[in-house]
Design a protein around this ligand. Structure first.
Ligand code: PMV
Length: 347
């Protein structure tokens, strides 16, 4: 190719898993299928500048994070480039300038790896498309998801929306361990514009990275039961999405969140990522749900923050409860109102 230079920009959202991915094999292959809501407001915006360089024997890139040159991300990106080099042969031909920023505050405890890695994968795919203009939109998204997976597993679920499946599942046609797909069946209106208010309980750096956490699922005493359970929960959620049964949805999603953390507490070494306020929020949600009959529920990522989920039809009452009772448990009263989104966009 004779392309000398250029820039592509993508904004790519975060996502929140309903059935969790926790445990992987070689090459970022998940132990079980997972399903997530794509978010809307929590995004990473990445511009990738590229300039042809003289040599082609090493990777060359700079990272500018929120306007400042930053070398903290370099090792992760170097590993990412090594993993994807075989699929993007032009990687060593250019010097890259990766300028990136998040819509959510830095060190908010919101993982930016899904949005960040997917945004970078999409920028790289835009270069690939410039070189091969015949690439179809389907191939573009599928390969972007494939590449994003090699950056951070859950990042492969951030390319599209609104409900995304990653990992082979016997009942989900077209599902794959290599890339994520849109959930291929009709979904009940109860789940349209589902809301996610993220309560920032602890903005500090996680004590245990998700890479370490995934690895602790090797030789974990409950690994097999966990992977089987996740697969069964996928099947159960499929019927929930059909019928619109919100109570059953809550049972599955909250159990998944607590099971994720139970795996952490029962691995060796064991660890706890929840904080006292995480538990206070969970108890307050349970008490309010009982008393109000609203369909408010929670899920957790690999951290202390709580994602509060509720249907759009119950938004006003749930927000009122969140503001009156839950925000007090957030660090500096900080929370983010988000909703289901429809995937990454070029800028
Ligand atoms: O994408 P990773 O390797 O950071 O793993 C993320 C795992 C969870 O967020 C805890 C669950 C999930 O499915 O997103």
């Amino acid at each position: 190719n004779n392309i000398q230079s250029g820039t592509y920009t993508w904004s790519s959202p975060s996502n929140i898993a309903l059935v969790k991915y926790w445990g992987k094999k070689e090459n970022q292959i998940p132990e079980n299928a997972s399903i997530s809501f794509t978010l809307d407001a929590c995004k990473t915006i990445t511009s990738l500048g590229f300039n042809r360089k003289e040599d082609d024997n090493q990777f060359s890139f700079d990272v500018i994070f929120e306007g400042k040159k930053n070398s903290d991300f370099k090792p992760k990106i170097e590993t990412f480039f090594k993993r994807i080099e075989a699929y993007l042969p032009f990687l060593k031909d250019y010097h890259f300038t990766i300028e990136t920023q998040n819509t959510f505050p830095h060190s908010s405890g919101i993982a930016s790896s899904a949005s960040g890695m997917s945004a970078l994968a999409l920028c790289l795919m835009s270069i690939e498309k410039q070189m091969n203009p015949d690439i179809t939109p389907e191939y573009f998204n599928q390969k972007a998801s494939f590449l994003a997976r090699l950056g951070s597993g859950s990042a492969c679920r951030s390319i599209e929306g609104d409900l995304i499946v990653w990992g082979n599942h016997e009942h989900i046609e077209g599902s794959s361990n290599l890339f994520a797909i849109k959930y291929p069946y009709a979904v009940h209106d109860n789940f349209k514009n589902y809301q996610d208010t993220i309560l920032l309980v602890d903005k500090g750096e996680k004590q245990v990275s998700s890479t370490v956490g995934h690895n602790l699922m090797h030789n974990h005493p409950f690994a097999k039961q966990r992977f089987d359970q996740a697969s069964e929960n996928m099947t159960k959620l499929m019927s929930v999405f059909k019928t619109g049964d919100l109570q059953e949805f809550i049972d599955i999603v909250e159990s998944e969140a607590l099971t994720l953390h139970a795996m952490m507490m029962t691995s060796m070494p064991y660890f706890i990522l929840m904080k006292p306020n995480t538990l206070k929020i969970i108890n307050a949600i349970w008490a309010f749900r009982k008393q109000s009959s609203l369909h408010i529920s929670f899920t957790l990522d690999a951290g202390a923050n709580v994602h509060v989920l509720y249907p759009e039809a119950e938004k006003a009452k749930c927000i009122e409860f969140i503001k009156n009772e839950l925000v007090a448990y957030c660090q500096n009263g900080h929370y983010i109102c988000d909703t289901i989104g429809f995937g990454a966009k070029p800028n």
